[in-house]
Design a protein around this ligand. Structure first.
Ligand SMILES: [Zn+2]
Length: 92
Protein backbone atom coordinates (compact mmCIF):
# COMPACT_ATOMS: atom_id res chain seq x y z
CA UNK A 1 0.00 0.00 0.00
CA UNK A 2 1.31 3.46 -0.84
CA UNK A 3 2.11 6.01 1.86
CA UNK A 4 -0.66 8.35 0.67
CA UNK A 5 -3.31 5.72 1.39
CA UNK A 6 -1.75 4.81 4.74
CA UNK A 7 -1.91 8.43 5.92
CA UNK A 8 -5.55 8.64 4.80
CA UNK A 9 -6.41 5.51 6.79
CA UNK A 10 -4.70 6.97 9.87
CA UNK A 11 -6.64 10.19 9.42
CA UNK A 12 -9.89 8.24 9.04
CA UNK A 13 -9.21 6.46 12.35
CA UNK A 14 -8.73 9.80 14.11
CA UNK A 15 -11.83 11.25 12.47
CA UNK A 16 -13.94 8.26 13.47
CA UNK A 17 -13.16 9.03 17.12
CA UNK A 18 -14.46 12.59 16.71
CA UNK A 19 -18.15 12.22 15.79
CA UNK A 20 -18.77 15.92 16.42
CA UNK A 21 -17.02 16.57 13.10
CA UNK A 22 -20.08 15.08 11.41
CA UNK A 23 -23.52 16.66 11.41
CA UNK A 24 -26.35 14.80 9.76
CA UNK A 25 -28.61 16.73 7.43
CA UNK A 26 -31.01 13.97 6.46
CA UNK A 27 -31.27 10.21 6.41
CA UNK A 28 -33.78 7.38 6.57
CA UNK A 29 -33.43 4.13 8.48
CA UNK A 30 -35.39 0.97 8.95
CA UNK A 31 -35.89 0.55 12.71
CA UNK A 32 -36.61 -2.97 13.91
CA UNK A 33 -38.91 -2.52 16.88
CA UNK A 34 -40.14 -5.17 19.31
CA UNK A 35 -43.15 -6.12 17.21
CA UNK A 36 -42.64 -4.59 13.79
CA UNK A 37 -40.28 -2.41 11.79
CA UNK A 38 -40.75 1.30 11.20
CA UNK A 39 -39.13 3.79 8.91
CA UNK A 40 -37.50 6.64 10.80
CA UNK A 41 -36.41 9.72 8.88
CA UNK A 42 -34.45 12.80 9.88
CA UNK A 43 -34.35 16.04 7.92
CA UNK A 44 -32.45 19.01 9.34
CA UNK A 45 -33.56 18.53 12.91
CA UNK A 46 -37.05 17.21 12.16
CA UNK A 47 -37.77 13.57 13.00
CA UNK A 48 -40.46 11.41 11.51
CA UNK A 49 -41.50 7.82 12.18
CA UNK A 50 -44.13 5.59 10.60
CA UNK A 51 -45.30 4.13 13.93
CA UNK A 52 -48.70 4.93 15.42
CA UNK A 53 -47.32 6.56 18.58
CA UNK A 54 -45.29 9.08 16.60
CA UNK A 55 -48.42 9.97 14.62
CA UNK A 56 -50.19 10.83 17.87
CA UNK A 57 -47.39 12.47 19.84
CA UNK A 58 -44.75 13.65 17.38
CA UNK A 59 -42.08 11.66 19.21
CA UNK A 60 -41.62 7.96 19.89
CA UNK A 61 -39.22 5.38 21.29
CA UNK A 62 -37.66 4.93 17.84
CA UNK A 63 -36.81 8.59 17.25
CA UNK A 64 -35.62 8.94 20.84
CA UNK A 65 -33.42 5.86 20.46
CA UNK A 66 -31.94 7.29 17.27
CA UNK A 67 -31.24 10.59 19.04
CA UNK A 68 -29.33 8.68 21.70
CA UNK A 69 -27.42 6.63 19.15
CA UNK A 70 -26.35 9.61 17.07
CA UNK A 71 -26.27 12.28 19.76
CA UNK A 72 -22.81 13.82 19.10
CA UNK A 73 -23.62 14.12 15.39
CA UNK A 74 -27.06 15.67 15.81
CA UNK A 75 -26.59 18.33 18.49
CA UNK A 76 -25.03 20.77 16.01
CA UNK A 77 -28.28 20.70 14.02
CA UNK A 78 -30.45 21.68 16.99
CA UNK A 79 -30.33 25.40 16.25
CA UNK A 80 -32.19 25.86 12.99
CA UNK A 81 -29.65 27.30 10.47
CA UNK A 82 -32.46 28.71 8.31
CA UNK A 83 -34.01 30.63 11.22
CA UNK A 84 -34.28 34.25 9.93
CA UNK A 85 -33.79 35.73 13.44
CA UNK A 86 -30.43 34.04 13.97
CA UNK A 87 -29.28 35.02 10.48
CA UNK A 88 -30.12 38.61 11.32
CA UNK A 89 -28.11 38.35 14.54
CA UNK A 90 -25.11 37.00 12.62
CA UNK A 91 -25.27 39.95 10.19
CA UNK A 92 -25.07 42.51 13.02
ZN1 LIG B 1 -41.73 5.28 16.09
Amino acid sequence: MDSGMISKIEKAKRYSEEPDRVSFERFAVQFRGTHESHQVTYDRGAWSCTCEFFGQRGVCSHTMAMERLLDPMLTIQMGSPSDPVSEEEVAR
